[in-house]
Design a protein around this ligand. Structure first.
Ligand code: GLU
Length: 431
């Protein structure tokens, strides 16, 4: 069983989408179910509407799931398991105040030591956690032996028992911490392989220790994906536009192109341009590079142009919403525009009323000749005819002609553009 477990706490980051894609691809390759689990146990950070947005985004990418869970619905199991651990003396109630802990952390810092919970409350005996009125958290006793786990990207990873202290699994408000809820849910939902961002590596021994303490003995495998760096080589922060999947979709990147780019990033693939369905045929997790991947906007743009060209004309028209068939024209404009939004702007220029700048007279002359004319199929005849009838030539012919047809003085070859724009010329010159 594979799973994607996003938190509804902000815009989906491309790193998260990459994890979703890889989990989905692996589940399809192995014909195993895929779970979507919304990790909503951090009430303070949850944002209304994000759960629906996550589902919408995944659907746009062609990612479907067989099981859907909302983590807070498992709260009763998290509490039951915490009580079980306490009753088995594997976990204990801790009454240390924030102040006490802050002082101890400060002390460790001044001695240049890593802070570890010192076990103060572990020695307290016979606390009735169900009837205790004083606020407390529940901590799981630290592991006493080294832990190893298998990572498909990093290889075998080992943690010393001293890397982890007796950490909190239930907060004072009786809600589970991220590690506890996540470890329990993965266990209850029968997850067998976890693919997620590298920032979670340090959580893995804690989650393994939680499950081991509950005597869960099924093996879990992992793949921790290297972080994504921005173009300056720094970890891509949530504030950077391209890090938000929603921003990319809103700005005219196609889901298929974003997926293509994210599968390609830091990977060795048999081809550069592909669909998600094609990637399912050959994707190999072990080919993902161990080192961080660097985001390359230019490459993403190039991939987006290729996917725009690959779109079915009807589908492209639906994205562009001009109310007429401009798909071929749009595909032609990928030579100077990379996103649907940029292409839309170019086509809007063609169909809007224009500023003829210093060529007002020439433009009006050209329009006058073209008005209500039957236009030839080929550009050479069109050009020759128009030149003769307007008696314009050179720059005084080509610039105004381009202005009349496209609204700008420079752009793609008119000889190539003509056949695509020809069906619209009568409409264009009436603007
Ligand atoms: N909710 C966590 C996140 O969004 C999930 C991490 C995981 O996959 O375990 O980062």
């Amino acid at each position: 069983m594979y799973r994607f477990a996003p938190s509804p706490t902000g815009d989906m980051h491309i790193g998260n989408l990459r994890a979703a894609l890889f989990n989905y691809i692996k589940s399809r390759q192995e014909n195993i179910d895929f779970i979507l689990r919304i990790e909503d146990t951090d009430n303070v950070r949850n944002i209304a509407g994000k759960e629906e947005e996550i589902k919408d985004i995944l659907t746009k990418f062609g990612i479907t799931w067989q099981h859907y869970y909302v983590q807070s619905e498992n709260l009763k199991f998290h509490r039951q398991m915490a009580l079980k651990l306490v009753s088995e003396k594997k976990a204990f109630a801790c009454f240390c105040t924030e102040d006490d802990l802050a002082k101890k952390k400060e002390l460790a810092k001044s001695k240049n030591q890593a802070y570890r919970y010192d076990g103060t409350c572990e020695k307290l005996s016979d606390i009735d956690v169900l009837n205790c009125e004083k606020p407390f958290v529940i901590r799981l006793k630290k592991p006493c032996k080294e832990m190893k786990f298998m990572d498909f990207i990093k290889g075998e990873i080992t943690f010393n028992s001293t890397d982890i202290d007796s950490f909190v699994i239930m907060r004072a408000d009786k809600t589970p911490t991220y590690n506890f809820a996540c470890a329990i849910d993965d266990m209850l939902e029968g997850v067998t392989c976890i693919i997620r961002g590298e920032d979670h590596v340090s959580n893995t021994p804690k989650q393994e220790h939680i499950r081991a303490s509950l005597d869960y003995d099924k093996n879990m495998t992992y793949a921790h994906l290297p972080i994504i760096l921005n173009e300056d080589g720094v970890k891509m922060s949530k504030r950077e536009a391209h890090s938000s999947v929603k921003w990319m979709l809103d700005n005219g990147y196609l889901a298929s192109a974003i997926a293509n780019y994210l599968i390609l990033l830091g990977n060795k693939t048999p081809k550069e341009i592909f669909t998600l369905e094609e990637a399912i045929e050959w994707f190999d997790l072990s080919k993902i590079s161990k080192s961080p991947a660097r985001f390359d906007t230019k490459r993403l743009m190039q991939i987006n142009r290729e996917h725009i060209k690959m779109l079915d004309d009807n589908e492209l028209n639906k994205y562009l919403q001009f109310g007429q068939d401009v798909a071929q024209l749009a595909k032609f404009y990928t030579q100077e525009a990379s996103t649907l939004n940029e292409i839309k702007e170019k086509i809007q220029m063609i169909f809007s009323s224009k500023n003829y700048e210093e060529f007002v007279n020439e433009c009006n002359l050209i329009k006058g000749v073209l008005m209500d004319q039957e236009l030839p199929m080929d550009y050479e005849t069109f050009k020759k005819d128009l030149m003769e009838k307007t008696a314009l030539k050179g720059k005084n012919f080509f610039m105004p002609l381009r202005l009349v047809l496209t609204g700008v003085k420079h752009g793609p070859e008119l000889s190539d553009l003509y056949i695509l724009i020809r069906p619209f010329i009568q409409e264009i010159i009436r603007k």
